[in-house]
Design a protein. Structure first.
Length: 313
């Protein structure tokens, strides 16, 4: 499911040396940098960073910041972070922009253990809990929903209860029919049930009431909150479909959203980007590689295509 092409064994001493050489002299050898880090997995990149620091008494990240710029530098910086630390940085950036969609994405796509590890990384890096920072950036029901989504420790099981799914689909339908989107029951169900149970409830809702639950929630009042409910439902129901939509929107709306493109490709290249690429092709009748090549330029484009497993010629 990953798209990254990395050797099983890599020589981190040789890699550190190659990166040092690429950053020496008059011009930076961006191609040399991409050649190394674009073909190393997370564990290998960590070793390269440690070796580089021991050999050259400076942090590789600092060196890259000096040598690279723009979207390319940002993508490389995020790629070189360890996964949970990267999520912490992405959450922090999203909070500064009050981007609740990214907060929901980061809290609803991982497993319970992964969410916990990302929150630990956030706390270690920013000396605040994620909950504290979410609480200080949002208000009202949106804050309530986000706080519960970031603090939940969901039961991880594929087992589902059909009777419960039916009962909770009915509760959700009643709240939605009455346009009581802020109802405690909606928030309780979305933020406490296991993902498998929620998916069963969503399917039950569609079968019983003829419309998918996300499509049933429409409202002009409190648009952010309604939009947050949509995002949570879609992330829980199918993270890969949700992330594919993020990429499609990032490339097809007016003005390319490089931040979103970087976030999805960098965070999923070692996980499930191959599946996301399939879904992208299904929706858009063009490959994700082709779309990326159209919408991005230069070293940034080459780097993204490399970690997507599509060498740029």
């Amino acid at each position: 499911m990953a798209t990254l092409i990395a050797p099983e064994h890599a020589d981190h001493f040789a890699d550190a040396e190659a990166l040092h050489k690429a950053c020496q002299g008059w011009g930076t050898d961006e191609k040399g940098i991409i050649e190394v880090i674009g073909h190393r997995n997370s564990a290998q990149r960590k070793l390269i960073k440690e070796t580089y620091e021991q050999q050259y008494s400076e942090k590789l990240g600092h060196r890259f910041e000096k040598e690279l710029s723009g979207d390319f530098e940002r993508a490389v910086y995020r790629w070189m972070l360890e996964p949970y630390e990267r999520e912490a940085v992405l959450a922090n950036v999203a909070l500064k922009k009050s981007d609740y969609q990214v907060i929901i994405e980061l809290s609803c796509t991982p497993s319970a253990e992964e969410l916990l590890a990302f929150k630990r990384a956030y706390q270690a890096r920013y000396l605040h809990s994620l909950e504290e920072d979410v609480a200080s950036h949002f208000t009202g029901d949106l804050r309530k929903l986000l706080l519960l989504l970031v603090s939940v420790y969901r039961y991880e099981s594929e087992a589902t209860n059909a009777t419960l799914a039916e009962a909770e689909a009915e509760i959700l339908h009643k709240c939605i029919k009455d346009k009581e989107y802020h109802h405690d029951e909606i928030i309780r169900i979305l933020t406490t049930r296991s993902k498998a149970q929620l998916v069963a409830t969503f399917y039950r809702f569609r079968d019983a009431y003829g419309t998918p639950i996300a499509k049933s929630i429409v409202g002009d009042k409190d648009q952010d909150y309604v939009s947050a409910l949509h995002t949570a439902i879609r992330c829980i129901k199918s993270p890969q479909k949700y992330l594919e939509r993020v990429l499609s929107d990032a490339m097809h709306k007016r003005g390319t959203d490089e931040d979103a493109i970087t976030r999805v490709i960098v965070t999923r290249a070692e996980k499930d980007l191959a599946k996301i690429k399939e879904l992208f092709y299904k929706r858009n009748s063009e490959t994700l590689e082709h779309a990326v090549a159209k919408e991005t330029r230069g070293d940034y484009e080459k780097f993204l295509l490399t970690i997507m497993g599509a060498e740029h010629h």
